[in-house]
Write a protein that binds this ligand. Sequence first.
Ligand SMILES: [Zn+2]
Ligand SMILES: [Zn+2]
Length: 434
Amino acid sequence: MGRELTFSYHILQHGWNGYLRMLDINYKTSYICPLCQEAPEFLIMDGITMGTIKELPNTVEEYLEDQRLSFVPLSNRVLVSDLQTRKLIKSYYSFGLGESEFHTMVNSLEFEEITEYIIYANNVIDEVNVINPTYPNAKAIMELFSRSEPISGIFPVSILSECEKKAIASLSCGNQIDTCLLYEIFEKMHTLRLFLSSFGEVQEQCATSTGFTLHPILAGVLRAILSKIELLNNYREGRKTVEASPSNDTLDKYFPAITKRYRLPMYEDDNEEKYKGCTKIYPKHQRLSPGLLVVVCRHKVCYGFQILRSKESTTTVFNLLLTLFKKPPRIIIYDNACNLHNTCIIREPKLFKDTTFLVDRFHWKNHCCNPAYSLKSVKSHDFMRINSQVCEQLFSTLRRITTQVSFMRIENIFYNVRYFLYCLNEQELRKLKC
Ligand SMILES: [Zn+2]
Ligand SMILES: [Zn+2]
């Protein structure tokens, strides 16, 4: 028997990393979906935690030097502008208010329509503050008035088609709409269903065989909501789309197939009433660790990846969206979608007016924000398929490399992740060609 030829793990590792660097692969043609091209309509993002990177490079971004934009104040993004009034509404539906506090609350509401709703609902609340069972969701609607998430996130009209948007507008003006169409809208918009059921039997009386009209008080509240969203949508012109240098990919950011890049605007510091956001529950170590963010389209083709300084850096994700796309995707599905939505709305409300932000089923359990952000709340077939097929498969695939990349140096993470995602893409692209 001859001598066994062995080599150390270190040599194997060295050999593999060297091999990855020498591969002659055209990544540009692999990192793009033939159906979605450079502008995917659905963008699904997921991050994995990597605990040990010390030498994270700084992303080199190109800014628009002449543009310094202000943030949208919190009062302009929420339905009830005044913080004190929002607090009073919260106390009101949680444990009731004294007579004078109740008057302060209704007098400081900026929309008469909301005052009318609260006064009407108040008549059906008995002395021990139990809401009449005919109005099961009245508390839920009042909770909506007291929230500080952007109104366009709680009431995501962006998810509707143009025809459905028109139907909602018509409903708010007291007109009748087709009942089938209304049920299609319900499939997509959890809040509207909740909203209508808040008046229970009263509202049911408005449904006839020919169509459906909204109870005048609810129509008023819907009008108030839509007018606030409209204000936000027309807040100011978005960033100027000035192209950046063709290739500024660094080790922490890789999107080889997207050829056009855009410069980032500069924003003034935010020094207004702080938005608390959704305080998602994370295991402690994840909060501080950087993560690897992977971006795929609805056909599971990966467009690239970005290394985040912290798992919560929604500004980095916002910058990524602005740099890569002239017009943001229509649907963004992301673990931290609620906070990302807020980051986008603060900076570019008009640009993101047609984008809906959703949290997938897998990550939703960690959230305490409004259920309108949950992908689970959208019942239409297309979204349910994405939830069960694309999101879950992406997460389980990414979990397979978490341990390995956690112990690598930044260059090796780059080359290994790039090759791993390339192999996955080739599989998906073959399926798409069949
Ligand atoms: Zn695609
Ligand atoms: Zn949330």
